[in-house]
Design a protein around this ligand. Sequence first.
Ligand code: R5P
Length: 312
Amino acid sequence: MPKEFRIFSGNANLPLSKEICRYLNIPLGKALVDRFSDGEIRVELKENVRGTDVFIIQPTYSPTENLLELLILIDAVRRASAKRITAVIPYFGYARQERKDRPRVPISAKLVANLISTAGANRILTIDLHAVAIQGFFDIPVDELYAAPVMIKYFLKKDLRNFVIVAPDTGGVNRARAFAKRLRETPLAIIDKRRIGPKKVEVLHVVGEVKNKNALIVDDIIDTAETMRKVADVLKREGVEEIYASATHPILSGKALQHIDSAPIKEIVVTNTITVANEKRHPRIKVLSVAELLGKAIKRIHQEESVSSLFV
Ligand code: R5P
């Protein structure tokens, strides 16, 4: 068993990296992740990692600089003769084009997986991939964690009654079902949602019993929040009383805050896989931390122990 491990971080989500290090009671690895005068990324490790088990924490949401920082950090650590490199990617970006469902579109999730492996990562640790199949885009081991236990612990404290869990589209049914099972076998409803453009969502109708119930919408990503708003609107029309929502990854781009303002949702619970900047804070958005979950997984990977047992 390797004796020691080090954690390095890009700039995408330093608060989360520091929180993970505090949980593990180890200092964040010393590295310069800076810019040359022309804006190019400049990386330099400030400590020896030869023969070390190294974890590099960096979510890959926009801007693409975040992905590039991760690739360049991996390259630096590989060339410094680390024993093993785990790319810890709390939010795996470029995942929303994960299949060729129309002519002349890329599979960007596969391209990004290739880039990360080519840079020199030996393993991946991530949370709630947009589609489970993305695990198979890597030819290196992938540990996918679920934010569900963190969210469920929070919702259980609220003692929600007469509830239905709502999957906002058919792609999210398994995720919603897992929630429903853990929340005392809550019933499930599914939204027949169609996307009519990259930024336009059209909600059609609800499959399942929702009238006079309270609802919890379970999604992986909240980006423009248009999906959440439209789903909440349709649930209200169908006679739902209180609406809560959860989404692991708070991208919150474009008109997200306006959509949240006008959505009939009591509270939206997200995690800190992506930093929610001050200007994106909203009184109805609650941010939960995944630092402990990631910290536990890092420790188990380092000690060659089971990661899936975190979820039993
Ligand atoms: C879609 O398949 C995802 O699960 C989310 O529902 C979607 O990415 C949310 O996007 P937006 O907030 O922009 O509607």
